[in-house]
Design a protein around this ligand. Structure first.
Ligand code: PLP
Length: 434
């Protein structure tokens, strides 16, 4: 129901300036209820967030207990709280991939900014201050703050803010086999081509000026749940190691269980990243929380110097958010929910292929675990895409909403390749009949 913004009733400035969004009044399990009384199945868990659904008494209880103990702790240098300490211990138990330290912030974008700053500070502390360049990927998204946007190859989100965006970032091609792998090219040849391109970029910049390569392990909104071609991240890790740069993996959207393992990189045959961002499923949306994980090398490097992080936020490691996330992570572990993610992911894959795989404009169905996308093509046989102005995926999202299904559409013009897709990332607790 388009409205002229000047007559919109809400005092909240919504993202959609031209119309008022519908009010959600309650939620339970994987569905939520609109003000009109309509019940909507949340097949994308918001933007891939509400992994335990929209109401979880155990998490509510953990939040209340935390508020009864202490509402707010300033996690600057003098204080911390039990909830943050326990959450970090829970996530980093057994040092997955060598990750040993966690910083908790409020949003994914803050986590990306923190990761970029920590990488920069690390190289200052280890005596390589010239390493200020970052290499990221085209058609990528790592957040909306200006640092995060600087490493995001997302044309329409960057467009207005170019004067604020860092010039220290260059972009290479993403690993996107459906559209970018040559017809006669094998996976190995494709990986080799991307590896050479990355290496060329290191050499062009001067390898001793590169701080890190930044990528999502499984690309989320910009390309649509694209798992990397086997061997891709091994090749990337090799190049980073060869030139002494850090590997920063963004698992804000694809991580914390969504692909069937706690961390998506566990399926890539690499030892792990140097720095990793997490968010969304970390706290399941009960209270905002994201984070940055560091491996031993990065922590030791940082600790060599002033012993102070030149970074922090008033609300970092908020006790209520950490208590909620701790409850979420404990439920995921206790109930073996990742096994369910794998089983339901297989079910979703089969259903998508059987039910819609044959339809006229379905080009590709891809994903992992409970993180799936359908990419639409004007002509799937010739891989002729819809153009952004066809607005195809947003029309699908609207029709689905009318039918009572919430799914995510694409993020507008993200780069040269027009990608029309929808994402299904249902809560981990979803059942077959749902
Ligand atoms: N990185 C990725 C991969 C994301 O998908 C997002 C959000 O969609 C972000 C970073 C930014 O997170 P936030 O919206 O919490 O700032």
């Amino acid at each position: 129901m388009p409205l002229n913004p000047s007559v919109a009733k809400s005092h909240v400035l919504h993202r959609a300036l031209a119309y008022e969004p519908q009010k959600i009044v309650s939620g339970s399990g994987i569905s939520f209820t609109l003000e009109s009384g309509k019940i909507v199945y949340d097949a994308s868990a918001g933007p891939s967030v509400s992994v335990l659904g929209h109401h979880q008494p155990e998490v509510t209880q953990a939040i209340i207990e935390q508020l009864d103990k202490i509402a707010y702790v300033y996690s600057g240098s003098r204080h911390t709280c039990e909830a943050a300490e326990s959450l970090a211990t829970e996530i980093l138990k057994d040092a997955p991939g060598g990750l040993v330290k966690a910083i908790f912030v409020n949003s994914g974008s803050e986590a990306t900014d923190a990761a970029l700053k920590l990488a920069t500070q690390y190289f200052c502390e280890v005596g390589q201050p010239k390493r200020t360049n970052f290499i990221a990927r085209k058609q990528s998204y790592h957040g909306n703050t200006l640092g995060a946007l600087s490493v995001s190859g997302h044309e329409s989100r960057r467009a207005y803010y170019q004067p604020w965006i860092s010039n220290n970032v260059s972009f290479v091609d993403p690993c996107y086999s459906y559209r970018a792998k040559g017809l006669s090219e094998s996976n190995e040849q494709y990986v080799e081509r991307l590896k050479l391109q990355l290496e060329d970029e290191f050499l062009r910049l001067g390898p001793d000026t590169v701080a890190a390569f930044v990528a999502e392990t499984v690309s989320g909104t910009t390309l649509g749940c694209v798992p990397p071609v086997p061997g891709y991240f091994k090749a990337v890790r090799e190049i980073c190691d060869k030139y002494g740069a850090l590997l920063i993996l963004d698992e804000i959207m694809c991580g914390m269980g969504k692909t069937g393992t706690m961390h998506a990189w566990e399926q890539e045959g690499i030892s792990g990243p140097d720095i990793q961002m997490i968010g969304k499923a970390l706290g399941g949306g009960f209270v905002p929380l994201s984070g940055v994980l560091l491996n031993r090398k990065v922590f030791d490097g940082l600790a060599r110097g002033t012993m102070v992080l030149a970074h922090g936020h008033t609300f970092q490691a908020h006790p209520t958010a950490c208590a909620a996330a701790l409850a979420v992570q404990k439920i995921i572990k206790r109930e073996n929910i990742l096994e369910q993610v794998v089983r339901m992911g297989d079910f979703l894959e089969t259903e998508l292929n059987e039910e819609i795989g044959h339809l006229a404009h379905v080009g590709d169905i891809r994903g992992r675990g409970l993180f799936w996308a359908v990419e639409f093509m004007r002509d799937p046989n010739t891989k002729t895409p819809f153009l952004a102005e066809h607005n195809f995926s947003n029309r699908i999202v609207e029709v689905a909403a009318e039918l009572g299904l919430n799914i995510l559409g694409n993020l507008g013009k993200t780069g040269k390749i027009d990608v029309e897709l929808v994402i299904l990332a249902p809560p981990y607790i979803v059942k077959e009949d749902e």
